[in-house]
Design a protein around this ligand. Structure first.
Ligand code: GLA
Length: 389
C-alpha cells in the first residue's frame, strides 16, 4: 500500500489526522492547501486484519474520509455560504462502531443494491437463492454484502489536484448465493471543484446480476443532529416505482404528478412525507422508493437530483449514468445507532440518494437489465457535487 504525502503539506496533514483520528469535530474552518491523500490505521477486524482510513483532500480544503472496510465514506465536508467546511454525512468515529452494525452508513452496496423479491431469480433456466435478510426479501447484497468486507485499497498515482482512491474486491462464485466470480473496482475521486466522483466497474466469468451503489446518509445542515425535513429536493423524474407492503416494486411506473412523490420542482422533504392518505407513503413509512429519471443513461453533464439546505446554503447535486435513484428519507433511524461524537441518529436525521438500476430487475424482464455476461464490463459513474446557493 503506497502512502502519499505531499511536501509542505506534511505537518498540517499529520496534525489534522492526529486530531481527527479520535474525534470528529462537527465544524471546522479548513485552511486551503495542497491536494493529497493520506492513510492511517482505522482499526482491527476480528480476523486480525487492519482496516485503514484514507483522507482525500482538495486544494479548497474539502476533505473526504473513506475506510476500506465496506468502502465506506466515514466523513465528507462541504462548505456553507460563509465558506465554513463541515461534515455532511452520518457515520461512526471508529471501526468498532461499524462492526457493531449500522444501516449501511456511507457504505458501498452490492452485489445487488436494493431488493430482490424473495431472494430468488432465474438466469438461463437456473434459479439462484439468496439470503432473505429483509422481511422475506433480499436486500443490499445479503448478510455479508460489499458493505461488510475489507476492500484492497491503493492511491491512484499522479491524480494531482483530484486525489483518488482505488478499491478492489473479488466477490467469489457463490458468495451470498450469486453466480460468477466478480472482480469489482470502485474509484473515489475528490475533484478540485468539490465533487466526489464514484466510478464502479465489474466483470464476471459466469452470467450474473450486478447493481452497485453507495449508501451515504446526507444531512447538509449538521451531519445528523437535526432532521432532514427542511431540506429541499428536486428530482428530474416524472415517474416512480410503486411498491408492495414489503417494498418490492409492483412493476408499474407511476406518474408522480399530483402525488407526494412529485419532486419535479423543488419541495421541502417534510411537506408531504406524513401524508397517510397515500398508500405508498404508508408502505415506505415516508420516502423509500425508486424514481426513474426522465432522460436516463449516460449524462454526467447535468444533475438529476438536487438537494438544498436553506439554513446553511449547502447544495448537493447528483449526476449519474444510472437510470434511477432510491430516495430513502431515513425512516428506520430511531436513535439506537451511536454515531460520531456519541450522537444518536434519530428519526429522519439523514437521507440517502442511492443511484441505481431498478429494484428487483432480475425478476422484471421489462425493467432495464442488470444482467452482466462474461466478456462485458459493468461500468457506472455517480458524482456528488457540493456548492452553495
Ligand atoms: C435502503 C432501503 C431501506 C432501508 C435502508 C437501510 O435504502 O431501501 O428500506 O433498508 O436501506 O436501513
Amino acid at each position: 500500500m503506497k502512502k502519499h504525502i505531499y511536501p509542505g503539506f506534511f505537518s498540517l496533514t499529520i496534525g489534522i489526522l492526529a486530531f481527527y483520528g479520535c474525534q470528529q469535530p462537527s465544524e471546522k474552518k479548513m485552511a486551503s492547501g495542497k491536494a493529497g491523500l493520506e492513510k492511517t490505521v482505522f482499526g482491527r477486524l476480528p480476523d486480525g486484519r487492519n482496516a485503514d482510513l484514507y483522507t482525500l483532500r482538495n486544494e479548497k480544503g474539502m476533505e473526504v474520509k473513506i475506510t476500506n472496510y465496506g468502502g465506506t465514506i466515514v466523513s465528507c465536508t462541504a462548505p456553507d455560504r460563509n465558506g465554513t467546511y463541515a461534515d455532511v454525512v452520518l457515520g461512526c468515529d471508529s471501526l468498532a462502531g461499524y462492526l457493531r452494525g449500522t444501516p449501511y452508513f456511507g457504505a458501498l452496496v452490492g452485489r445487488y443494491g436494493n431488493r430482490i423479491a424473495k431472494g430468488k431469480f432465474t438466469l438461463d433456466g437456473v434459479t439462484y437463492s439468496l439470503a432473505t435478510n429483509n422481511i422475506g426479501n433480499h436486500l443490499h447484497g445479503g448478510i455479508t454484502g460489499f458493505d461488510k468486507v475489507l476492500w484492497t485499497a491503493s492511491a491512484v498515482e499522479n491524480s494531482g489536484a483530484n486525489p483518488a482512491l482505488k478499491l478492489t474486491y473479488l466477490s467469489k462464485d457463490g458468495e451470498e448465493g450469486y453466480p460468477g466470480n466478480l472482480p469489482v473496482e470502485v474509484v473515489y475521486t475528490l475533484q478540485s471543484d468539490n465533487a466526489l466522483k464514484i466510478e464502479y466497474t465489474a466483470t464476471t466469468d459466469k452470467k450474473t446480476v450486478v447493481n452497485l451503489t453507495n449508501h451515504a446518509y446526507f444531512n447538509l445542515a449538521d451531519a445528523g443532529k437535526s432532521d432532514i425535513l427542511g431540506h429541499e429536493l428536486l428530482l428530474k423524474a416524472g415517474r416512480f416505482l410503486p411498491v408492495d407492503s414489503t417494498l418490492i416494486p409492483t412493476g408499474e411506473l407511476r406518474p408522480v404528478a399530483g402525488t407526494p412523490f412529485d419532486f419535479t420542482r423543488s419541495f421541502k422533504i417534510g411537506a408531504r412525507i406524513n401524508d397517510s392518505t397515500d398508500t405508498q407513503i404508508r408502505y415506505g413509512l415516508g420516502y423509500d422508493h425508486c424514481w426513474v429519471f426522465d432522460s436516463p443513461g449516460g449524462s454526467l453533464t447535468e444533475p438529476f437530483a438536487t438537494l438544498y439546505e436553506p439554513g446553511s446554503g449547502r447544495l448537493l447535486e447528483v449526476l449519474t449514468t444510472e437510470p434511477a435513484i432510491q430516495f430513502y428519507s431515513g425512516n428506520f433511524l430511531d436513535g439506537t445507532v451511536t454515531g460520531k461524537g456519541g450522537l444518536l441518529y434519530r428519526h429522519r436525521t439523514g437521507l440517502c440518494l442511492e443511484t441505481e438500476h431498478y429494484p428487483d430487475s432480475p425478476n422484471r424482464p421489462e425493467f432495464p437489465s442488470t444482467v452482466l455476461n462474461p466478456g462485458e464490463t459493468y461500468r457506472t459513474t455517480t458524482v456528488y457535487r457540493f456548492s452553495v446557493k
